[in-house]
Every structure is written in structure tokens, then in C-alpha cells.
Design a protein. Structure first.
Length: 228
């Protein structure tokens, strides 16, 4: 394989879990469980490929419109992931970061998330960013209100520091699985110059081969940032 131009920051809209399960006559929660397994493998693969930041869209602000049972199943997976997997990530030389409004999550999940950060290494070659109850519009509004409170006009760099993603470089590549071609309120401000990659593959089937295909496609893109 020719050498690839590896994006520093890849962000993934992990979509299609429900349809993946439906195709197998299984409950949607089974799709989410399989999606979580795929996410764990994807993070390892991204780190091994030399990606520095991987952001995964775990739960959007709008996903709370779903039935209570589905939200509960998703919460349970988040609990399980953070109690069982985060230590392994740290042992692999990775850090984590959580973006989103955590205030409406159940108390025990918030505690687990806080706890998991206490044992985190200070420096790492790779950061896995979890977007949980994340929505770009709410993030931008919060940032605007903080800027207004400051009483002075802010520039782009200062504004970026008010976002959840402060200190995280903008995504170079955004991958959406599951066939839809939209951002669904994900990193709307940060995506200004991201390369977009859409695949029909449902997220539980998005494996190393699929990821490398996305990286190959990214390598072929010419990023001009408005220049010629
Ligand atoms: C993405 O899969 C995971 C979350 C949004 C939590 P979906 O649950 O949206 O799966 P589909 O799109 O219904 O197949
Ligand atoms: C986006 O998927 C949210 C996550 C992957 C967490 P959705 O399935 O919620 O998006 P829409 O509703 O199809 O736009
Ligand atoms: Mg979906």
C-alpha cells in the first residue's frame, strides 16, 4: 500500500447500529453493543495508524428524543465502557477527553466519568474524545454567551477556546457510517475545512479495512483551504 497521509484528527459519526441490528432481527440495543465493540477496535486502529485525536459521536443532544429503554441501554454501555475499558486505553498510551453537556446524565455515570479521569496519564500520544450529549448548536450558544459575558469582541482563536473542543485541533477528516449524508449537529463549527467521507457500511461492520479505505480516500484529497 502506498504511504498514507495520516490525518491528525479523525471524527466519526458512528451511525447505523439500529439498522444493523434490525437486519439481524435483533433489538436495537444489540446493535449499540456491537457498535461499542467496533468503536474499541477503531480506537486501537486509529492510534496504531498514527492518528493523534479520534473523536467519536456517542450520543447527540437530539438522541434524547428516543424511547427511554434505548437511552437506558446506551447509558448502560457507557457505564460498562468507562469501568472496563478506559484503563486498557491508558495502558496503551492514550488519554481521553469528554465533550458535551454532562449535566443531564445520571449522577453515577457522571461520577464514573470523573473517576476515570483521575487515573489518566498526563501526556499521551493519542487522545480519544467522546462526544456525549453533544450538540454543536448548544456548544456554540454556550461559547457565544461566555464571550458576551466577557464584554469584549473575541477573535477566532479566543472563540475556539470557549468551545468544548478547546485545545483540540479541528478535525481533518469526518467519517459518517450508515449511509446518511449529514452532520446531525456534530462539530459544525470545527468542521469548516474538514474532509468528509460517507460510507453505507453500518457502524458495527466498520472495521480496520473500512477505516484504511477512508484513510486512502483522505490521502487523495487536495486540501486548499481557499488557496490555489
Ligand atoms: C447510531 O446508530 C448510534 C446512536 C445514535 C446512539 P443509530 O441508533 O442511529 O442507528 P440507526 O441510524 O437507527 O440505524
Ligand atoms: C447521529 O446519528 C448521532 C450519533 C451517531 C451519536 P443519528 O442517527 O442520531 O442522526 P440522524 O437522526 O439520522 O440525523
Ligand atoms: Mg442513526
Amino acid at each position: 500500500m502506498p504511504s498514507l497521509n495520516i490525518p491528525r484528527h479523525v471524527a466519526v459519526i458512528m451511525d447505523g447500529n439500529g439498522r444493523w441490528a434490525k437486519k439481524r432481527l435483533m433489538p436495537r440495543s444489540f446493535g449499540h453493543k456491537s457498535g461499542m465493540d467496533a468503536m474499541i477496535k477503531l480506537a486501537e486502529c486509529a492510534q496504531d495508524c498514527g492518528v493523534k485525536y479520534l473523536t467519536v459521536y456517542v450520543l447527540s443532544t437530539e438522541n434524547f428524543k428516543r424511547p427511554k429503554e434505548e437511552i437506558e441501554a446506551l447509558f448502560e454501555l457507557i457505564r460498562k465502557y468507562f469501568t472496563e475499558n478506559v484503563k486498557k486505553l491508558y495502558a496503551r498510551g492514550a488519554k481521553i477527553r469528554i465533550i458535551g453537556d454532562l449535566s443531564i446524565l445520571p449522577e453515577d455515570i457522571r461520577k464514573t466519568l470523573e473517576e476515570s479521569q483521575k487515573t489518566m496519564p498526563e501526556t499521551a500520544e493519542f487522545t480519544l474524545v467522546f462526544a456525549i450529549n453533544y450538540g454543536s448548536r448548544s456548544e456554540i450558544l454556550k461559547a457565544v454567551n461566555r464571550a458576551v459575558e466577557g464584554g469584549k469582541a473575541v477573535d477566532e482563536e479566543q472563540f475556539a477556546n470557549y468551545l468544548y473542543t478547546a485545545d483540540i485541533p479541528d478535525p481533518d477528516l469526518i467519517i459518517r457510517t450508515g449511509g446518511e449524508k449529514r452532520l446531525s449537529n456534530f462539530l459544525v463549527y470545527q468542521a469548516a475545512y474538514a474532509e468528509l467521507y460517507f460510507t453505507n457500511v453500518y457502524f458495527p461492520d466498520f472495521n480496520k479495512r473500512q477505516f484504511l479505505k477512508a484513510l486512502e480516500e483522505y490521502s487523495k484529497r487536495e486540501r486548499r483551504f481557499g488557496n490555489i
